[in-house]
Ligand binder design. Sequence first.
Ligand code: ADP
Length: 453
Amino acid sequence: MFKLKWKLTGMYLLLAGFVLFLAGVGIVVETSGRLAGGLLGIFSTALLLTVPLAYFLASGFANRINELIEGTKSLVTELSVPKGFQDAGDELGELGGNIYLVTRKLQSTIRDVSRESGKMAAILTSMIEGVVALDHVGRVVLLNRSAERMFGKGEAEVQGKYLAEMLRESELEQLVRGVLDRGETNQYEFVHDQRILRVLMSPVTISRLIQGGVLVFQDITEIRKLEQIRTEFVANVSHELRTPLTSIKGFVETLLDGADSDPEVRGRFLRIIYDETGRLQRLIEDLLTISHLENRRKISGEISSVVQAFNRVAQVLQPLALAKDIALDVRIPEGLPQVAIGEELLSQLFLNLAENSIKYTPTGGRVWLEIGAEEGQVRMDVGDTGPGIPEESLARIFERFYRVDRARSREAGGTGLGLSIVKHIVEQAQGKLHVESEVGRGTLVSIWLPIAN
Ligand code: ADP
């Protein structure tokens, strides 16, 4: 196809040639004298005839330009151009072609950008941390779903508002100023709605200019709680270790100071030292059991027979019961299904529960252990006619080192860890646990364990 400049030149030449041709005809006619009328008439006729021709050629261009205008209309509204937009081989065709290419490029860039922003939105939405983005003056421009939940406000509600309007934390505001004004990276911890939040703040910099800041909020309430439990646990363990150690040290010192010369005193003191050493040993064994339970994952694939597990501890329990003249009544029916828990842990359950019952039941009382199958589970009841547990203590007896009566537990040789070990084991075996008790009448602890498949 011809270039536009050639087309325009051609059109001009065509028109000029046509006018010249008509003029030539006029002159010939005039000089031959065969036709009346002046030269002016001939020129007017030429002009009249060229107008429709000029109009015809100009409309051709006008149509092409209109096509371009129409095509770019859909570019504005839908970012697309009609097919064949670039088909002509002249400059207008090239212009159309360029517009078409730019449109395609824009379309693919927009697709990439929206894919990226979709990814970003999905990440922000699924983040556990709350994310708040601020502009350069500290107005909220973005709030992810976790942040909405943390602060009980929707994104639309706070967008464009200053952070201070959302969170009244003057120290946090100061730190945010440091981020936005000086590009600092800060962190801060505060309590909001009874939750402990830690916020990490950093500036958003584009071409070395601070354009805003990003605040990431973490809910660290559980972490702090666990830290507190750990600190209390260490303090408790130290205290529990110190008491018998102080006692042992005191008696050994007295013996060294000459008390060992009296055989009666020596025997009594050695007995106390022996008992305290036993207490230390039990405490350390219980601590090791807890640490072992905490380090292992969920119980899976382990099975054991209830009868066998009980027989492992029966010879420990019988003499204890005998010594206090307690009737130990054990009812384990035959043909019980196996339970989904290891034999050692099951024995530990029996031992801790039955030992407690024997320990706290006064001389001449009764302790019973009854086992039966119940809806896909094995139920174990350990009951006694002991002193019972006050209602307000029932929820706490599974806490480490909690004792209803410290002196009584100590006298009975308790470590304060027995029931917390029981709870741990039952949870790991995905079982259930329930305690019923009445002060002055006795206690009944029931445990349900899943049967092995
Ligand atoms: P301890 O080593 O002191 O027995 P446990 O964790 O086994 O620690 O029990 C916690 C507390 O619960 C005990 O100190 C005791 O006060 C109470 N308790 C547990 N079992 C019984 C029971 N059978 N009868 C009365 N009180 C009990």
